[in-house]
Design a protein around this ligand. Sequence first.
Ligand SMILES: [Zn+2]
Length: 282
Amino acid sequence: MTPTPNTPSHPPLRACLKIAWDLRHALSRRRSPTTSALLLGLALTLSQALALEPGRLYTRGPATGKQLALTFDDGPGPDTLKVADLLDRHRVHATFFLQGNLVSNRADVVRELARRGHELASHTSNHRNYLAHYRSLAAGTNPGSPAAQKAETRARNDLITDMRLAHSEIKHHAGIVTRLCRMPYGIDRPWVRDAAREAGYALVNWTYGADWEPKPAHELLPGYLNAIQPGAILLFHDGGRNRTKTITLVDAVIQDAKSKGYQFVTVSQLLTSTASPHAVAP
Ligand SMILES: [Zn+2]
């Protein structure tokens, strides 16, 4: 697939940035400088996310500069703010792919992530395995048959409903509009991209991730350090219980990357930075 040019001078992004700038002026008349700065940050993040193409899958940013993105899945959870505290200590912003049905119980945590300048994105509401769902719907059908097609349409529509549910949960409980979605298990199929296009989401997978493997941090760290490359999107998990191992890994990755001259940016910033983002061919 040929990447589409998507530079900061790209007309849609330029228009979005103007909207963000106008918004800042409008808000600064009535709000404190801190609130205004926070809202500007959110507006810029949203405008950058809006510049990405719905239904397209991104797995890394341009390899033209020493920038990379840290991403966290399956939250908000009991240790999410511990992860955020670590990021604060290193003055690093990351992207959190939130599970929509967990947001209502920890809406304050989600709002705090936004307040600290992190990017919030969707990991669907139910974290369903949509490939398994499709296979169960299509069981006993012949590939390409009307029955198999019907199963695919059903799986696609269920995913659209799930994506829209996550969107409304995050918006209702945390006041945040999301435009990036990471599929549970990173599942990629043409009908998944169709669903994302219809729900208005750009899809984001990862360049490298391994913190879910049942190995100690010192065994997992070399893989992460090897993955520190220009444009990398690194996957970790803040959701679930006891993220001590993840926090150890993230701490070591940040220190190593900074010693090599890397900057950490959000996924939207990475994908809209300089050259064309790289999409994965189907
Ligand atoms: Zn997940």
